[in-house]
Design a protein around this ligand. Structure first.
Ligand code: MIC
Ligand code: SF4
Length: 749
């Protein structure tokens, strides 16, 4: 992002904001300022929160390697010469964590050659910046290089909101959205409602920024933020470092929030300066009023936000969440009794720090302070201890300042600057499938199977300093705040609360940054996509809707309980097929709990009566007979990742409609984009009416219209019929996508 572009944005804002104050008849929140500044057509835009569809012009697009493949394959179908907005690709997700940074990177480059070549060549041709494997995790690299106060950034990853740490409105999207914005179209999103979080006091002792968001996860649950933006403000906000704010905004994704944002302040200025963007801090300083809510809003927040939450940072306790969901939260002081009561395995097998969520200088220095105390007492980590730096800069700064050595003395393995164990790419040999065991990390996600592919692993999340102390204890019931450990000489030690520094006094050290600029003119360049590739496959347009109602379709899966995108399209070993729709589709619903089977990831073929098949096998059999199918979902269906494979595979394997109690935002959009009908039970209890041998019809599809409910008929095996109502959130344009077979088909029509 050039300084000139930022200046231009700020210059355009005062007039726009004045117009908006006049139109809305009131002062503006920060969220509204950024939305108004980026709207495609202010004159025609409607602004009703929770109802209006916003058409926005993002400043930037960021993509990571596991989602960029589909994003680029779709962008290429649009036939454009260059990406219309500044865009980057980051190689981070495909690196397996196995034996340490150097070897893991070498192995990844070898194993993923085809994919990296494809992404690098496509980036070069289409004017997109390319960050090589090892350069860092997308959100950290975006924070260090691209995010700026007041920006609108979209990224093909649900934790894109990490950019909120620098006051950017950064939003996670599916690859189709990214492809369209790069093709020059505006980006559409439902106008979110606003949750205002007023922070007072300041963090002390063991409490860190992570605890703000862990506490909120417990309070609001994983669907509490759906179609909402969390806007932080208040005197407490100014006391949290920019990277701490990044952690909070990053994990707002676990609330299902569209994004989270902080007002511009001096902590952000300090971070901008240290990451060689002093000029940006200067212009932000000169335009501060554009980058914070209006004073009247701050005085009476309850008038301007749809909900207001107060958190006194001085009273906040360190928290631990999990297992299996980020909203099972409690202060650490309550964990021991709960663990005993619920029978969680007490021994901690592994402790992991870092990731895109928590690998700032502050996180690492506070954790190292704990590590040093343990080492001084003659202790070593009792659990396997893994450290994942977020970027090359973080890695080299950690090394220069001696933190790496401290962790290594403790027994840590330092992994590559990549997602590794956070995305099921952790090759673990200390436990076997089926073995219940506990681990703790400073990451953001903890769905079953998420880290090691083992659904029985109980994964807890906390701040990196707590995780480091827990690594010494190797015991889930240890409370680092009050508990004691036996030192090597038999005496009892109690940790002092962690101390660290927000930013490195000597500045950031740099290694090879790993950035490759695109060609000035890529017209004569070709994209490297071998036709026989096992990893990549050109996309074929999905068929158009045939104009008929869906009639008597079998139910492929009836999801019971949590069904995240990790359940629908697991990562880990499947990541290697993210660019090959046919191959990756074999993973469809492998993690889902199907109400009709005893084992997860299984389905029954109701046409032949065979059972114990994978959902993909059954769907492929139905397709061969020309039969489509239906999926029934539970609450917050499609929670978690932005991966559009969770919509593309079902579409590819003949699923016509998904009917649920509620959807997570990104996944619902992904379904719409790929031409699947996303329906929501008018009465959630109707979920219970669906049985394995039923057939399902969706009628009146030719009259599909915005805001109009649809009839779903359940045909029982004994000939009875039950009609239930379902709603949808499709706009007229989205209905056109459904009719065209996908958004891309509609675009190319
Ligand atoms: C995640 O944290 O779940 C991921 C892996 O980063 C995903 C993206 C993906 O599945 O590729 C996300 O958050 O969107
Ligand atoms: Fe990578 Fe994990 Fe962050 Fe997703 S949440 S970007 S997998 S480190």
């Amino acid at each position: 992002m050039s300084t000139e572009m930022i200046k231009k944005l700020y210059q355009s804002m005062p007039a726009r904001l004045a117009e908006a104050r006049k139109k809305f008849g009131r002062p503006l929140t920060l969220t509204e300022k950024i939305l108004v500044a980026h709207v495609d057509d202010f004159g025609t835009q409607k602004w009703e929160r929770g109802k209006a569809q916003l058409a926005l012009r993002p400043d930037r697009v960021a993509m990571q390697d596991a989602t960029a493949q589909m994003a680029m394959l779709q962008f290429m179908q649009a036939g454009k010469k260059q990406a219309a907005v500044p865009s980057t690709i980051h190689c981070d997700h495909l690196i397996r964590a196995q034996s340490g940074a150097k070897e893991d990177i070498e192995r990844a480059i070898n194993e993923n050659k085809e994919v990296y070549n494809f992404l690098a060549s496509a980036a070069k041709k289409y004017g997109i910046g390319f960050w090589k494997p090892g350069a860092g995790i997308i959100h950290q690299v975006v924070l260090e290089n691209y995010a700026f106060p007041g920006a609108l950034i979209i990224g093909t990853d649900s934790h894109t909101p990490n950019g909120g740490g620098l006051g950017a409105m950064a939003i996670g999207v599916g690859g189709a959205d990214a492809g369209e914005v790069m093709a020059g179209l505006p980006w559409e999103v439902l106008h979110p409602k606003l949750i205002g979080v007023r922070l007072t006091g300041s963090l002390t002792g063991w409490t860190s920024a992570k605890d703000v968001i862990l506490y909120l996860c417990g309070l609001l649950t994983t669907k509490g933020g759906t179609n909402k933006i969390v806007e932080y403000f208040g005197p407490g906000a100014e006391t949290i470092s920019a990277t701490g704010k990044g952690t909070i905004a990053n994990m707002g994704a676990e609330l299902g929030a569209t994004t989270s944002i902080f007002p511009y302040d001096q902590k952000m200025a300090a971070y901008l300066k240290l990451t060689e963007r002093e000029e940006w801090a200067k212009i932000a300083d000169a335009n501060k009023e554009l980058l914070t809510a209006d004073p009247e809003v701050l005085q009476s927040p309850e008038k301007y936000y749809d909900q207001v939450i107060e958190i006194n940072l001085s009273e906040l306790e360190p928290h631990v969440v999990g297992p299996h969901t980020p909203d099972l939260a409690r202060p650490i002081s309550k964990l021991a009794s709960e663990a005993k009561e619920k029978g969680y395995p007490i021994q901690l097998k592994a402790a992991l720090i870092g990731s895109c969520t928590n690998s700032s200088y502050e996180d690492i220095s506070r954790s190292a302070h704990i590590a040093k105390q343990g080492l001084k007492a003659g202790l070593k980590a009792k659990a396997q201890f893994l450290v994942t730096p977020g970027s090359e800069r973080i890695y080299h700064t950690m090394k220069r300042d001696g933190f790496m050595q401290t962790f290594e003395e403790m027994g840590a393995t330092v992994l590559a600057n990549a997602c590794g164990p956070c995305i099921g790419q952790w090759k673990r040999d200390d436990v076997k499938k089926g073995e219940s065991n506990s681990i703790i990390s400073s990451f953001n996600r903890n769905f079953p199977g998420r880290n090691d592919g083992i659904a029985e692993t109980l994964s807890f999340l906390s701040s990196p300093e707590i995780v480091t102390a827990m690594a010494f204890a190797g015991d889930l019931t240890f409370d680092p705040v009050k508990g004691t450990l036996s030192a090597a000489d038999g005496t009892k030690i109690q940790f002092e609360p962690p101390r660290g520094e927000e930013l490195p006094a000597k500045g950031f050290a740099k290694g090879e940054e790993g950035f490759v600029a695109p060609a000035e003119n890529g017209d004569n360049l070709t994209v490297d996509l071998p036709p026989t590739s096992e990893r990549l496959q050109l996309l074929q347009p999905f068929p158009k809707w045939d104009g008929k109602d869906f009639s008597k379709l079998p139910i492929l899966v009836k999801a019971k309980g949590k069904c995240t995108t990790d359940h629908i399209s697991p990562a880990g070993p499947w990541l290697k097929y993210r660019g090959h729709l046919d191959k990756i589709s074999d993973n469809m619903f492998l993690g889902a709990n199907n109400a009709f089977t005893t084992e997860a990831g299984k389905a029954n073929d109701v046409l032949t009566g065979e059972s114990n098949l994978t959902p993909a096998q059954v769907a492929r059999r139905y397709m061969a007979k020309g039969v489509g199918s239906v999926v029934i979902g539970d609450e917050n269906y499609g929670e978690g990742s932005s991966r559009e494979h969770a919509a593309m595979s079902p579409r590819f394997l003949g699923i016509k409609v998904v009917i649920t109690k509620s959807f997570a935002r990104i996944h619902e959009t992904n379904l719409k984009k790929q031409g699947i009908l996303p329906l929501i039970f008018a009465n959630p209890k109707d979920w219970e009416n669906f049985e394995q041998n039923d057939r399902v019809s969706v009628i009146g599809l030719s009259e599909l219209a915005p805001g109009k409910a649809v009839d779903v008929v359940i045909h029982k095996a004994d000939g009875k019929e039950i009609t239930v109502q379902a709603n949808h959130s499709m706009t007229a344009q989205q209905i056109d996508w459904f009719k065209a077979g996908s958004a891309l088909n509609a675009l190319n029509a």
